[in-house]
Design a protein around this ligand. Structure first.
Ligand code: AQP
Length: 328
């Protein structure tokens, strides 16, 4: 089976964007691939002003429990915490040294995030660590949301540059991006991507996977729409487009049939329908989540076993890279 690898950064509470763009795809395709999914905790340190040690520890457990609650099965997928596999940080340093600064300067995520905080060197070299995350596992595919395209592109460039400079060590991976729902937008502003870090400070921005029904309903009912008042298939602005997309991916329909259902209806009707499907899906995840969180020993066991399996694969690739560079 071809191998896939992907992860989620532990920078906040997971949103329905993370679920639709990433987690739901990973879970649905689990039988087709050999799977590696990780919690990117090293990446969570890039903006140190945002870090509280206890909160990060809690977030890591929360994310692994959500992985399980969303249907990832440790018998089919290796689930692990990035920092427990030291090869990630070691290969990242090697990649820091093969990555031209100009490539990093072009990354749009750095450009936007470095506006707000005192930008750290880690924030700047983040793509080299992400390349290490992926390339250590010789992944064929990386299932991600649309916002990650540029990161996969630079990962491919880094793999090719290393292979060219030192010899073939890395498989060049392909992104795997769903056709619809790969970029869920913010409910409070449909021109920006729904993001877990924005959700930390902006009420009504996101649907959180652990939000209670009342909070979800409120956020959806207040979602920014277009200037009109009813759904019109020939004039769909970004707000209504986002609501229709949410409805379609969560209820398993397509644009043609959702338009048949909502054409000519007021925005309130569409919003109610979106809130109901979201509450239903998130509710099912939450009831499994609560059961999983009741057994912390199981969570820890999952992370220990995951780290062992991931380390075995990652160390092999790291050794190859170290041999080719002369470190070994
Ligand atoms: N809005 C989204 N729509 C579809 N897919 C999304 N993903 C994220 N947001 C959406 C996908 O989820 C995976 C993990 O995302 P991430 O951890 O890289 O970061 P994030 O949720 O995008 O978080 P922030 O808050 O925007 O940024 P950070 O965490 O860096 O502060 C990825 O596959 C992503 O595509």
């Amino acid at each position: 089976k071809p191998r896939v690898l992907s992860g989620i950064t532990a920078t906040g509470k997971l949103t329905i964007g993370n679920y639709i763009g990433a987690l739901s795809v990973w879970a649905a395709e689990q039988d087709r691939y050999e799977n590696f999914f990780f919690i990117a905790d090293l990446h969570a340190l890039t903006i140190p002003e945002n870090i509280k040690a206890d909160a990060l520890r809690e977030r890591i457990k929360e994310i692994v429990a959500l992985y399980l609650a969303c249907g990832l099965d440790p018998a089919k997928s290796v689930l692990f915490q990035q920092s427990r596999v030291p090869a990630h940080a070691s290969l990242a340093w090697i990649f820091d040294c093969v990555t031209p600064v100009g490539w990093l300067e072009r990354m749009t995520q750095y450009k936007s995030k470095s506006q707000t905080a005192t930008p750290s060197a880690g924030l700047f070299t983040y793509p080299a660590l992400m390349a290490a995350d992926i390339l250590l596992y010789q992944a064929a595919y990386v299932p991600v949301g649309d916002d990650q395209r540029q990161h996969i592109e630079i990962t491919r460039d880094i793999a090719q540059r290393f292979n060219h400079l030192f010899g073939e060590a890395f498989r060049v991976p392909e992104p795997l991006i769903r056709a619809s729902g790969a970029r869920i937008m913010g409910l409070d502003d449909p021109t920006v991507k729904m993001s877990k870090s924005l959700a930390e400070t902006r009420d009504g921005h996101a649907i959180g996977l652990l939000d209670p029904p009342s909070k979800i309903r409120k956020a959806v009912m207040r979602a920014v729409t277009d200037s009109g008042s009813e759904v019109r298939g020939d004039a769909i602005g970004p707000g209504v487009d986002n609501l229709l997309t949410l409805f379609e991916v969560l209820s398993g329909t397509d644009r043609a049939s959702s338009l048949r259902q909502f054409e000519g209806q007021g925005y309130g009707t569409l919003k109610k329908a979106v809130a109901e499907v979201a509450i239903e899906r998130v509710g099912a995840i939450q009831s499994r989540y609560t059961e999983i969180r009741a057994d912390e020993t199981y969570l820890e066991k999952t992370l220990i076993e995951g780290a062992e399996k991931a380390t075995a694969v990652a160390d092999r690739t790291l050794s190859t890279a170290m041999r080719l560079t002369g470190l070994l």
